[in-house]
Write a protein that binds this ligand. Structure first.
Ligand SMILES: [Zn+2]
Ligand SMILES: [Zn+2]
Ligand SMILES: [Zn+2]
Ligand SMILES: [Zn+2]
Length: 186
């Protein structure tokens, strides 16, 4: 199987496909019937390229198993999902740090994404990327009533302030990981 969007970094081309590599994906006659659309590497909300592979935490993929046992496997940029009000804490949809897939309406928990976004500060040295990743994590948790996430939210707010004030990313990372975010969020 090859990438219909001709993206050389697509998981289908690099062999890192997490979605279409699994057997049995949901038949889709909406986006996937388009000749240039690739379910593996394009965002269903903006149609632009997403990073593929195991380290891609800036996008979310729906691994819901649908009737018939197939996987949905459509994905979206987290920023697009947040902008479209399809991710984060959205009371009207009953979402709490979750993403709802436009294609199949199933939810995906985003706590793992928050953890990986915060973890990214360990190897991200660019201030802009650090700020973008922190902002995304912040937006996923904003408005939640879960105790752990509220504590983490305050930390992320302080972390963003530190980044703005020119602190070393290493110090920002240390602040965020004084306690393991995974334990805090649990
Ligand atoms: Zn592709
Ligand atoms: Zn599709
Ligand atoms: Zn997008
Ligand atoms: Zn889905």
């Amino acid at each position: 199987m090859h990438c219909k969007a001709q993206n050389p970094n697509c998981g289908l081309e690099t062999g890192e496909s997490m979605a279409l590599g699994v057997m049995g994906v949901m038949p889709c006659n909406v986006c996937c019937s388009e000749p240039q659309f690739c379910r593996e590497c394009l965002c269903i909300l903006c149609g632009k390229t997403m990073k593929c592979g195991h380290n891609s935490f800036t996008s979310v993929r729906c691994f819901a198993r649908l009737s018939g046992g197939e996987f949905c496997a459509h994905g979206a940029h987290l920023t697009c999902a947040l902008d479209c009000k399809m991710a984060g804490v959205i009371k009207a949809l009953g979402l709490d740090m979750e993403y709802i897939c436009r294609r199949c309406d199933q939810r995906t928990d985003l706590r793992e994404h928050v953890i990986r976004l915060l973890e990214s500060l360990r190897y991200v040295h660019c201030r802009y990327s650090a700020e973008t990743n922190l902002t995304t994590a912040f937006q996923i948790m904003q408005g939640t009533e879960a105790d752990g996430a509220r504590q983490l939210l305050q930390l992320v707010e302080s972390a963003l302030q530190m980044v703005h004030n020119g602190a070393k990313i290493h110090d920002v990372y240390a602040l965020l990981h004084g306690r393991d975010p995974e334990v805090v969020l649990d």
